[in-house]
Ligand binder design. Structure first.
Ligand SMILES: Nc1ncnc2c1ncn2[C@@H]1O[C@H](COP(=O)(O)OP(=O)(O)OP(=O)(O)O)[C@@H](O)[C@H]1O
Ligand SMILES: [Mg+2]
Length: 241
């Protein structure tokens, strides 16, 4: 492949990590020489034992973590050299959900979702229509007036997903999205993430759930000790220990 073709591929990719290393101030090497490309529309699992570097890699993609070496491109942004002022622009293109939902407790479901778009300066009419659309996609329109404390764990995660997609991001990242949910609800959340992928959103899911990964046979990226040790299409995952 010519270097020109490679460059074109990097530009078209939603995620491109080139020669990435992350050393925390403690001296711990969390990622070492990681290279990774995710194309538009892919659904990818990120697996590996605790401490492998999965959350560090996710942090890199939204500039929560800065690389010690290498380049990070996400949704067309050169994240490794993005100025602080440009970070909100990146975050508008990338939705993130976490194991612990991270909802605002004093705001309703609808307000939690709408707030994510309001802070970007979007017009009120757009906020209203986009919020209703996101609530419909996650199946929460009828619970829109509830507060997070009045929701099940699965419903809280659906709210977090609605909030993550309300700005119609290119990339949706989930860090252990089913870590606090029982198996049945975990499957529902995973099916919702696949529905969102079918709408054209690229999805990256870090998970320990080997049943889900093995059943769905998607692309699987494996980290171990900060190294990318596997990258396979239609793959399975069997945890050791
Ligand atoms: N802020 C930090 N300062 C120093 N070391 C850190 C920091 N954050 C993470 N680490 C270390 O970096 C390594 C990778 O951590 P990371 O959270 O990325 O792993 P993980 O794969 O997400 O693990 P888990 O499956 O438990 O969530 C671990 O050894 C961790 O202790
Ligand atoms: Mg983690």
């Amino acid at each position: 492949m010519s270097s020109e073709a490679r460059l074109g591929e990097t530009e078209a990719a939603v995620v491109a990590l080139n020669g990435i290393s992350v050393t925390y101030p403690s001296g711990h090497i969390a990622l070492g020489d990681v290279n990774l490309t995710i194309q538009r529309g892919e659904f990818v699992f990120l697996v590996g034992p605790s401490g492998a570097g999965k959350s560090t890699l996710i942090g890199l993609l939204v500039r929560d973590v800065l690389p010690t070496a290498g380049e990070v491109h996400v949704a067309g942004f050169p994240v490794h050299r993005l100025s602080g002022g440009d970070v909100p622009k990146l975050r508008r293109r990338v939705g993130v959900i976490f194991q612990d939902f991270r909802l605002l407790p004093r705001r309703t479901v609808r307000e939690n979702v709408a707030f994510a778009l309001e802070v970007t300066g979007a017009a009120p009419e757009l906020v209203a229509t986009a919020t209703e659309r996101a609530l419909r996609i996650v199946g929460l329109a009828r619970l829109a007036e509830r507060y997070p404390s009045e929701l099940s764990g699965g419903e809280q995660q659906r709210t977090a997903i609605a909030r993550a997609i309300v700005g119609e991001p290119e990339l949706l990242i989930a860090d252990e999205p089913t870590g606090n949910l029982d198996p049945l609800i975990s499957w529902e959340i995973m099916e919702l993430l696949m529905d969102i992928n079918r709408l054209g959103v690229t999805v990256l899911v870090a998970t320990h759930d080997s049943d889900i990964v093995t059943t769905l046979r998607r692309r699987v990226i494996g980290l171990e000790g900060g190294r990318l040790i596997r990258d396979e299409a239609n793959a399975t995952y069997h945890r050791v220990g």
